[in-house]
Design a protein around this ligand. Structure first.
Ligand code: F6P
Length: 322
């Protein structure tokens, strides 16, 4: 099976980007090991602190964040980091050529039930003019990403990644510690009969998504004349992995409870990387009002509504917004 390096070279990734990705993945392999130790290493449960988003930090959130921060800042390739677990940007090497944004442990409440969790990341060029402590360089639309992906810590540890030449899936071979290409150029089926949404928020949704989901639930008796199934892992990495592998639509829509917070998921290290992976696999990533990757971020922890997945189903959902 092909190794990660050869695939990245074949996709034309520059050497420095390949080295940066390898460094990032070395950190993810360490996270994968810590996660698999679970209760044995005393890493489960919460800390007494909250992150900048007001979420209680799990011990594994803090550990994973520290691992990635240390590996990336020591690498020399990175000018600055933005992380879900850091209030502001973390300055690294002033001469580094890249910016990395990440959610070190997405879905971390799943650690308590030994269920799916993962690391999500996106990489852009660092502008020459930028000072490492200046957050403004992170405020680029997703179209500027040079690479993005996630590492899923499941029954096997898998990597989904794109550098803009298709989305490829790799599996970590723990016998030698390398990621091997297991599904090159994955394609998301254009049509689907599966959706993923946290339906307990239904009363807070806007009209268009209310109508869309009611039509899905109405099944063969409704306007879609077809039965749909629903799945919810409560970790974006797990839900998006399923959608990449067998199609579907994943939605975390705008929620009327707090008009100042336009959705739950964060643009830089959740919505954008997943939209890049999805588009490169033939799917779509939209907010309901436009392409996720064209949203101009206003701050590093900005949230956006997301619709991700099978092309025809995302288009169908969007049509309710018009
Ligand atoms: O980081 C946010 C996140 O944990 C996502 O991974 C996941 O899709 C979502 O929140 C789960 O939300 P809820 O708590 O509404 O199920």
């Amino acid at each position: 099976m092909k190794r990660l390096n050869s695939q990245l070279q074949q996709d034309g990734a520059p050497l420095e980007l390949i080295l940066l990705i390898r460094t990032l993945l070395a950190g993810c392999k360490e996270i994968s090991f810590r996660v698999s130790q679970g209760e044995l290493a005393g890493v489960l449960g919460s800390t007494l602190s909250e992150n900048v988003q007001g979420e209680t930090q799990k011990k594994l959130d803090v550990i994973s964040n520290q691992i990635l921060k240390d590996t990336l800042s020591e690498s020399g390739y990175v000018k600055a980091i933005s992380s879900e677990e850091e209030d502001t940007v973390v300055p690294c090497n002033p001469d580094g050529n890249y910016l990395v944004s990440f959610d070190p442990l997405d879905g971390s409440s799943n650690t308590e039930i030994n269920s799916l969790i993962g690391t999500i990341f996106s990489i852009t060029h660092a502008p020459q003019w930028m000072k490492p402590e200046d957050p403004s360089a992170f405020l680029q639309p997703g179209t500027q990403m040079v690479a993005a992906g996630y590492v899923l810590y499941g029954p096997s540890t898998m990597l989904a990644m794109t550098t803009g030449r298709g989305t490829h899936l790799y599996t970590l071979d723990k016998t030698h510690g390398g990621f091997l290409l297991t599904t090159p150029n994955i394609k998301v089926p254009e049509d689907t009969a599966e959706f993923a949404i946290n339906a307990s928020n239904q009363r807070h949704w806007e009209e268009p998504i209310q109508e869309y989901v009611s039509d899905l639930i109405a099944g063969t008796e409704g306007p879609r004349e077809k039965d749909f199934n629903m799945r919810w892992v409560a970790a974006m990495v797990g839900d998006i992995h399923r959608v990449l592998c067998r199609g579907g639509i994943f939605a975390y829509p705008f929620d009327k409870r707090n008009p100042k917070v336009p959705g739950k998921l964060r643009l830089l290290y959740e919505a954008n990387p997943m939209a890049f992976l999805m588009e490169q696999a033939g799917g779509l990533g939209d907010t309901g009002h436009g392409r996720i990757m064209e949203v101009m971020p206003e701050e590093i922890h900005q949230r956006v509504p997301v619709l991700l997945g099978s092309k025809n189903e995302v288009e169908m959902c969007k049509s309710y917004y018009k």
